[in-house]
Write a protein that binds this ligand. Structure first.
Ligand code: C2E
Ligand code: MG
Ligand code: MG
Ligand code: MG
Length: 292
């Protein structure tokens, strides 16, 4: 009896694992085709000074426009792209798309500030990553200061020596860097102070329940103080309410991005937003946005 049940259970699992594996393979093949066909687009979410409200730059966020399933958010395919290695060509496409847009906007005399680009672990692990950056800059003839490379705290800490070398080389190119999702990993403070980074991005997880949650108050306060003491700028992500904005500003946080100000927008909508923006520092950010 037990033996038979065990065998059935085994078969059941085996069949399910096979289905699971097949499904994964199917998605991976679809993703590979999408990379070959260039089915990705980059959306832009503006970032602002919390002090003056001035626009300072935008974060580039990739989306997959699948002909069958429509717009797919990065959380649904970036992990698979990383596991399969497809993040290498995909990440390069993102850099080229951002640089191409920057070239267009600079030619149109639009003030774009810096454009943050997210970069995954497998990308910076490759010895040719910095050469790729150099190639993109020269292909599109954009100043390196247009880019701000965002690397998550976890990726840097996975291999701190390599992380520091890459960050140094990126800085030497004239590109600024930001530590993304700060507070979610395990940074060694002794290590942080040696890193050539410009900005720390306080993770949305700690902003979400401000200004009510005592632990989030303590964490965001500590991150802002630590960042400033080490000479970094601090930007908070995921600001959705005026109360969050007010609290973070009062705590000295330099910059913010979030639905309160603007949602990520397709490139053409972002371009129109840039054009319509009232000129001059201190202009109150408009609350605008799209679906994703
Ligand atoms: P991230 O780099 O931390 O990006 C911020 C995410 O927070 C974005 O989600 C953005 O749309 C979302 N967000 C911004 N403001 C708010 C807000 O007020 N409320 C809420 N609830 N969310 C807000 P998105 O676009 O879905 O991207 C998710 C993650 O995917 C990014 O997190 C980043 O880790 C990754 N990602 C995006 N684009 C790329 C890319 O080109 N390459 C790589 N390697 N990863 C990317
Ligand atoms: Mg980011
Ligand atoms: Mg982030
Ligand atoms: Mg995040």
């Amino acid at each position: 009896e037990a033996k038979a049940a065990g065998r059935n259970t085994y078969r059941f699992y085996q069949r399910n694992m096979t289905e699971e594996a097949q499904k994964r393979l199917h998605i991976e093949n679809a993703l590979r085709r999408a990379v070959e066909r260039g089915e990705f687009e980059v959306w832009f979410q503006p970032q602002f000074s919390l002090g003056t409200g001035a626009y300072l730059g935008a974060e580039a966020l990739v989306r997959w426009r699948d002909p069958e399933h429509g717009l797919i958010p990065p959380g649904d395919f970036i992990p698979l792209a990383e596991r399969s290695g497809l993040i290498i060509p995909l990440g390069e496409q993102v850099l080229d798309m951002v640089a191409a847009a920057a070239r267009r906007w600079l030619d149109a005399d639009l003030s774009i500030g810096r454009l943050g680009v997210n970069v995954a672990g497998p990308q910076i692990d490759r010895s040719d990553f910095v050469a790729t950056l150099r190639r993109v800059i020269s292909t599109w003839n954009v100043p390196p200061s247009v880019f701000e490379i965002e690397i998550t705290e976890t990726v840097i800490m996975e291999n701190p020596d390599h992380g520091r070398r890459v960050l140094n080389e990126i800085q030497a190119l004239g590109i600024t860097t930001a530590i993304d999702d700060f507070g979610t990993g395990y940074s060694s403070l002794a290590y942080l102070k040696e890193l050539p980074i410009g900005t720390i991005k306080l993770d949305r997880a700690f902003v979400k329940d401000l200004p009510e949650h005592p632990s989030d108050i303590a964490i965001s306060r500590a991150v802002i103080a630590l960042g400033h003491n080490l000479g970094f700028k601090v930007i908070a992500e995921g600001i959705e309410t005026e109360a969050q904005r007010r609290f973070l500003h009062a705590e000295g946080c330099d910059e913010g991005q979030g639905y309160l100000f603007a949602r990520p927008m397709p490139a053409d909508v972002f371009e129109n937003w840039l054009r319509a923006r009232p000129p001059g520092e201190g202009a109150a950010p408009l609350s605008v946005g799209s679906d994703a």
